[in-house]
Design a protein around this ligand. Structure first.
Ligand code: M6R
Length: 612
């Protein structure tokens, strides 16, 4: 939530900052702003997207070589020009950008008001910059020390960058709970919420740790101090980020591009891990822990949103194949409900961004109780990836569309590999069955490719249901999480109310919603509870609901009952989520496009949810 970017060097800062904001726009897009030192501190900000800001500053002729910029997802104060960042201090000598929430802002603000400060915005951020300036003046300290003292009084999460008119060759950044990466170029420095605004300029990056402050001075070495005032040596890492992954490459939207990338992203998540010839699965990142995981008395999976749906597939896989009891928890509930966590528990945290605040807090809680924490993350260097004891990256490549697509299938792929590996280690699977499953898993990328060829048919279907107000999604067994995921995709990008349900639960309530206006997407693939799902379809038909069925290629029975059918290639029951999700992603995508919704940046949402 909120994207921040800063630059100091010999180049003109504005174009670098605006381009950086475009890359970070997935993190928030209700207002944007920039502050540049160019003779004095120039500040421009507007409500709306980064493109509005870009137009607004076009003729401003801002030539400065140091600046900061921000794209906002509102927490404190509605999205408007005043609440947009950067925010000035009282003297207007300092400006700040901030990602996160200052939880004790109200008490800090009260103190500052008593000291004569007035506030122009409703934000918690403005409180922080006034506090910093107040400390700087009253305690007669350097800016970097004032920042340190102020942050030691702050409760909450932040990534901040500060620029000062009095120190035209310095940027100061700090983080706690929200990410910050510094890029070290040739005579210049970049600082941002993630590496995407940096990647085209340099591969040398430093990921700032929690409670660290970075002092970036033109033509000088980076300096890092902790809030407790200890010096730290910057740890420089090499960035591996393919720039083309940050472009739409001819697709109308990132979401569509990412849907089409799935044959590759699934393959990439298996690459070097699955060896069908040898009959082996090697997950290097967890090799030191796999024995412990395989023998665990219990695995707890924590995640949010789509990643939670992947976790649910994981539960079925681990229990089915490796006979390990699993609990799947919403991280936001887990962290506050005093859960029982034992030292021999394994907690698997699943997160695309690796920055989700609730998931991170759930990890910290489980860690404090002595559990072993394993991550399944997409973003290398992310906070969650660094907070875990070990883990497996999904290697799906950057996911920019706010609606998660390729990250989900990559997460399910990793969970499948883990479950198969533990089953093999524990001997809970016959050798021949193990071979059958890994052969079928290897064939999945090709089958995903085949599944994608139904896009034309889905588009037609989307046309018929563009203005429908409600949808139901039903599935049983492995297809229940798919139903949940299909419903989430539709609501988040098309704003149509949709509910996912276990098909058999329909008769305990949702059946009352069914009439001839109600479309019901039923995932009715072969095996598992196929016959039972057919009975559920009959129940819907008897009440005149419109049935859209996802079926196995060649299916005749459901075809006769359903109003519309979408065929997917046949596969093992436990691998169906990797295929059945694809038509549901495409259906949501096309309905949203036909409703003229902003597919990649749906209203009120942000890609990485770094506030609770
Ligand atoms: O980055 P994470 O996987 O931790 O994010 C979790 C959710 O915020 C995310 O999956 C969200 O539900 C997506 N917008 C769904 O498409």
């Amino acid at each position: 939530m909120c994207g921040i970017v800063g630059y100091i060097g010999s180049k003109q800062a504005l174009p670098i900052l605006i381009k950086g904001l475009h890359r970070l726009e997935y993190r928030g897009y209700d207002s944007a702003g920039v502050a540049i030192l160019d003779g004095g501190l120039k500040l421009y900000k507007t409500k709306g997207k980064v493109s509005h800001l870009e137009n607004f500053v076009k003729d401003k002729n801002t030539k400065g070589t140091i600046g900061i910029a921000h794209t906002r997802w509102a927490t404190h104060g509605e999205p408007n020009n005043i609440n947009a960042h950067p925010h000035f201090s009282r003297s207007k000598n300092l400006a700040i950008i901030h990602n996160g929430i200052i939880e004790n802002y109200a008490s800090l603000k009260e103190e500052l008001i008593k000291r004569g400060y007035t506030f122009t915005s409703d934000t918690d951020t403005e409180v922080l910059i006034h506090l910093i300036e107040d400390i700087k003046i009253s305690e007669k300290v350097e800016l970097e020390e004032a920042v340190r003292i102020a942050l030691s009084q702050v409760v909450g999460a932040y990534a901040i960058v500060i620029i000062s008119e009095d120190e035209p060759d310095t940027l100061i950044g700090a983080r706690k709970g929200s990410p910050l990466v510094i890029g070290i170029g040739n005579g210049d420095f970049y600082i941002a919420s993630d590496a995407t605004p940096i990647a085209e300029y340099t591969k040398d990056v430093v990921y700032l740790n929690d409670k660290e402050i970075v002092i970036i001075k033109r033509d000088k070495e980076l300096k890092i101090r902790t809030i407790e005032n200890k010096d730290k040596t910057p740890y420089i890492q090499k960035l591996e980020l393919n720039l083309s992954a940050l472009e739409k490459e001819g697709f109308d939207h990132f979401m569509l591009k990412e849907i089409y990338e799935q044959p590759h992203s699934i393959l990439d998540s298996m690459r070097g891990r699955l060896n069908v010839k040898e009959g082996s699965i090697r997950l290097g990142g967890i090799s030191d822990y796999e024995q412990k995981m395989a023998n665990a008395k219990r695995i707890i999976i924590v995640a949010c949103g789509t990643s939670w749906h992947a976790g649910l597939v994981g539960e079925y896989l681990f229990e089915d194949l490796a006979r390990i009891p699993v609990e799947v928890e919403y991280a936001s509930e887990f962290r506050y409900r005093n859960p029982i966590i034992n030292e021999d528990d394994i907690v698997i945290a699943i997160s695309q961004s690796g920055e989700t605040a609730d998931t991170l807090a759930a990890i910290e809680l489980a860690k404090s109780k002595g559990a072993t924490i394993i991550g399944i993350c997409n973003v290398v260097g992310s906070s969650i990836a660094r907070a875990t004891h070990a883990g497996s990256f999904t290697h799906a490549g950057p996911e920019i569309g706010v609606a998660s697509t390729k990250a989900f299938t990559a997460q399910v792929t990793i969970l499948t590999l883990m479950a198969l590996r533990f089953a093999q280690m524990k001997g809970t699977i016959e050798k021949s069955r193990f071979y059958q499953l890994i052969n079928e898993l290897e064939a999945i990328p090709e089958k995903v490719k085949e599944t994608l060829s139904i896009e034309v048919q889905i588009k037609e279907l989307a046309r018929m249901f563009t203005y429908t107000r409600n949808f139901l999604y039903l599935g049983r067994g492995y297809n229940f999480p798919v139903a949940l995921e299909g419903a989430l995709k539709l609501k988040e990008i098309s704003y149509i109310h949709a509910e996912g349900y276990p098909a058999a639960e329909m008769k305990h309530g949702p059946i009352a919603l069914i009439d001839r206006e109600m479309p019901i997407v039923v995932i009715a693939t072969y095996r598992g509870a196929y016959e039972k799902v057919i009975s559920n379809i009959q129940e819907i038909k008897a009440r005149k609901g419109k049935i859209i069925a996802i079926v196995t290629k060649g299916d005749k029975t459901v075809k006769e009952l359903a109003d519309y059918v979408i065929e997917i290639p046949e596969t093992e029951e436990m691998l169906v989520p990797l295929l059945a999700t694809i038509p549901l992603q495409l259906l949501s995508y096309h309905i949203a496009v036909m409703r003229d919704c902003n597919v990649d940046q749906p209203r009120n949402l942000a890609k990485s949810v770094t506030v609770e």
